[in-house]
Write a protein that binds this ligand. Structure first.
Ligand SMILES: NC(=O)c1ccc[n+]([C@@H]2O[C@H](COP(=O)([O-])OP(=O)(O)OC[C@H]3O[C@@H](n4cnc5c(N)ncnc54)[C@H](OP(=O)(O)O)[C@@H]3O)[C@@H](O)[C@H]2O)c1
Length: 278
């Protein structure tokens, strides 16, 4: 049984690949640049682009299950159509808890669009819905290394960020076990923490004092748009920040229930990533 991993060279996907290999599964990965993929040699890596449906047919040949990484909705549509044609029998989508956020916003809309496309493919599915990733804090690496400072627009926003290894572990469990079919797993890290608290934890991990500064909203919007996102995404993120400053983000017990071990803490994540911050 071959399992296809899309987004396999990404932070979550790499851990999905290694988790499936550790479980003894045959893994195929796609990448737009297989020569730079850097995946374990037991993985068959094919060149394919979710924006180019013609490249997907070969990738799905003989595949039984797919880890679906969301790029653009058209990419998910092309992938799920090709999966249906190839006789795939389970799609596990990397989604987000954001669809459940109480106010309408474009980030929720984007994730919901991927979930609807997967449901419309009429194949068995599982949604893995992580909250914010701990790896988002890699955005602080440059200013930490150069000036010992963390700049964030929402100092009091408390959310239970999740380690990418836990997201992957839940996805692997879903890919290995059909009892997850039809379920949407909301997953978070073990504790809601503010950026100020996370700054302290990072300082301990790299054994260097760090300063926290509030990043003005306009500067944050510039950063987000310079990464290719529309300004409405920055507005939505600032709105999430205000919301979670008054109502700390939920902590779900799902990772432990599904994997049998507690999720990684922020201190664990920081210790695993010190090279980025030193
Ligand atoms: N950050 C958060 O807080 C958060 C919260 C909830 C959900 N999410 C979801 O998680 C995703 C990020 O996951 P991540 O950090 O693991 O991603 P990542 O490290 O940024 O990796 C991106 C992956 O996407 C692949 N990719 C991009 N465009 C492609 C295309 N046209 N065709 C084929 N592959 C393509 C890349 O593969 P190649 O370059 O090798 O082709 C790479 O493997 C977000 O996009 C979002 O949907 C994020």
């Amino acid at each position: 049984m071959t399992i296809l991993v899309t987004g396999a060279t990404g932070k979550v996907g790499r851990n999905v690949v290694t988790g499936l290999l550790a479980a003894g599964r045959t893994v195929r990965a796609i990448s737009r640049s297989p020569q730079r993929a850097g995946l374990p040699e037991d993985v068959e890596v094919l060149r394919a682009d979710l924006a180019d449906p013609a490249t997907l047919r070969a990738a799905l040949d003989g595949v039984e299950k797919v880890f679906v990484f969301p790029t653009a909705p058209d990419g998910t549509r092309a992938l799920t159509a090709a999966a249906a044609q190839a006789g795939v029998r389970h799609l596990v989508l990397l989604s987000s808890t954001v669809p459940g956020y109480p106010k309408p916003n474009p980030i929720s809309d984007a994730h919901l669009a991927h979930e609807r496309i997967v449901q419309d493919a009429d194949l068995p599915w599982t949604f893995v819905r992580p909250g914010g990733f701990m790896s988002n804090d890699l955005a602080w690496a440059h200013s930490i290394r150069s000036a010992g400072v963390v700049r964030d627009p929402c100092p009091g926003s408390a959310v239970a960020l999740i380690d990418e290894r836990d997201i992957a572990a839940v996805a692997v469990a879903a890919l290995l076990d059909d009892t997850h079919v039809g379920q949407a797993h909301e997953i978070t890290g073990p504790r809601s923490l503010t950026p100020v608290q996370r700054t302290r934890i990072l300082a301990r991990a790299i054994e260097r004092p760090l300063r926290f500064e509030t990043l003005p909203a306009a500067e944050f919007t510039e950063v987000v748009t310079s990464q290719g996102y529309p300004p409405e995404y920055a507005t939505a993120m600032l709105d999430f920040g205000e919301h979670f400053a008054t109502t700390p983000g939920p902590v779900h017990p799902t990772v432990e229930r599904i994997t049998g071990r507690p999720p990684y803490t922020y201190a664990d994540w920081a210790a695993h990533h010190t090279t980025h911050f030193r």
